[in-house]
Design a protein around this ligand. Structure first.
Ligand SMILES: *Cc1c(COP(=O)(O)O)cnc(C)c1O
Length: 429
């Protein structure tokens, strides 16, 4: 029997101090001398405002488009605005329906509502927690215009069948890659698989710029249309070629451009991304090997042909294997041992008060918008897989900060903490 639980006054299993700035993402972000030099360089050449693009903004956009393997990249001030740009470029508007996962961060969905379109939730795959293509197909109506696909935690969604469904019904697809920077699906990087893709370099993502995002596409027309949903007219001037669109170049647009110094930071971070992701993967695999034979927790699943980039390590809790010990009690004990663990989504988006009470900016839109062709309501039971994951089985460990070899000891201590809590399950019940 290992020692007394920390929650009961014993010694912590994890003795390495991690930054508690973001409970789920210890040790992150990191900024090196090279990032600082790049920022100083940009400031020296007064590259601190770039309404028309160019300078360090263009350098980063070019490098990022090349990295993902698409033609066009437009930097933005967030992933949320990038997704909004995609929906605008697709022509999604009032009364249109957009299919989306309920198992995500709210900003995957917020842009749909900003466009006065109606989010319709499809269920998730029980192993990858990404949109289940069959569930998506069942949600399509006459009003469906687009699908927002998120690659949750950094595991690619099953894009081949999703794109098949989309093509069959003439729907546009935007990938929300905020958590999946660098992930690979059957040999191609996420962000190159849908019609457009949004990325984040904000907050604690796998590479950061402070705050910021990118919108990517291979499609010239979507690229031109994207200009009208967020870029300064000076930039549109240089990009928009179609004569029927040129007359609409105007300042009547939201301001969604990036801060150039964020692009300077991200340009350097991009050079490290693959190496950082490799370390995240190595450490995650080590944790998975250790959890494999432990009752109560199933390690993270990785689908064939996919490279996970572990923005979070999200294993599955099996209460029945620990005599019914509630998930949150297990988590409290794990956290007391020093593991940066929690539950991330906790409640599918459609069950949250903003949807249940149809809370938005007024007049009941988008749901009661006069253009809505049917009444969309959200009920418990709509997406049973997502509900069960939120309520009972999700466990989340911040893994963004596992960017180098030095975190191997941390993983071993995490494993020790898991073993300790599992062994004391009786006492915790
Ligand atoms: C962080 C995040 C976003 C939002 O990114 P911002 O750049 O902060 O707008 C969107 N979707 C997912 C899945 C995220 O994790």
């Amino acid at each position: 029997m290992v020692g007394k639980l920390a929650i009961h006054g014993g010694e912590k299993a994890v003795s390495i101090e991690t930054s508690e700035k973001l409970a789920l993402r210890p040790n992150w972000p990191i900024v090196g001398d090279e990032e600082i030099e790049e920022v100083v360089k940009a400031m020296r050449r007064v590259d601190i405002t770039a309404p028309a693009g160019g300078g360090v903004v263009a350098e980063f956009e070019e490098a990022f488009a090349k990295y993902v393997g698409v033609k066009y990249c437009i930097t933005t001030n967030s992933c949320c605005s990038a997704t909004h740009i995609a929906l605008g470029a697709f022509g999604v508007g009032p009364g249109d329906e957009v299919i989306v996962s309920p198992y995500t961060w709210g900003q995957t969905v917020a842009p749909i509502i900003h466009q006065n379109a109606i989010p319709v939730y499809a269920d998730i795959d029980p192993k990858t927690y990404n949109l289940d293509p069959e569930s998506v197909a069942r949600r399509i109506t006459e009003s469906t215009k687009a699908i927002v696909v998120v690659h949750i935690y950094g595991h690619p969604a099953d894009m081949d069948p999703l794109m098949e469904v989309a093509e069959e019904h003439d729907l546009k697809v935007v990938e929300d890659c905020a958590q999946a920077n660098g992930a690979v699906y059957h040999g191609r990087r996420v962000g190159s698989l849908g019609h457009m893709a949004s990325f984040s370099i904000g907050d604690g993502k796998n590479m950061v710029g402070g705050e910021g995002g990118m919108i990517l596409t291979d499609d010239e027309e979507l690229y031109e249309r994207a200009m009208f949903v967020g870029m300064h007219p000076a930039r549109s001037e240089g990009v928009v070629k179609k004569p029927e669109l040129r007359k609409y170049i105007d300042s009547l647009i939201p301001t969604y451009r990036i801060h150039p110094l964020a692009a300077a930071i991200a340009k350097v971070q991009l050079k490290h991304l693959d190496e950082w992701n490799l370390w995240r993967r190595r450490h995650a695999n080590r944790l998975s090997r250790g959890l494999k034979d432990l009752p109560g927790v199933d390690p993270v699943f990785v689908a064939r042909g996919c490279e996970h980039v572990y923005h979070m390590y999200s294993p599955t809790y099996r209460t029945e294997e620990l005599g019914g010990l509630p998930r949150d009690r297990f988590l409290d004990a794990l956290r007391a041992e020093g593991v940066s663990a929690g539950a991330y989504v906790r409640m599918p988006i459609y069950l949250r008060p903003r949807h249940q009470d149809r809370f938005y900016y007024g007049k009941g839109c988008p749901w009661d918008c006069p253009f809505a062709r049917r009444k969309v309501v959200y009920r418990k039971g709509d997406c049973p897989v997502a509900e069960e994951r939120c309520e009972k089985t999700e466990l989340n460990i911040g893994s963004t900060g596992w960017y180098g070899p030095q975190f191997r000891d941390l993983i071993d201590m995490y494993l020790e903490a898991f073993r300790k809590v599992v062994e004391h399950a009786d006492e915790l019940r």
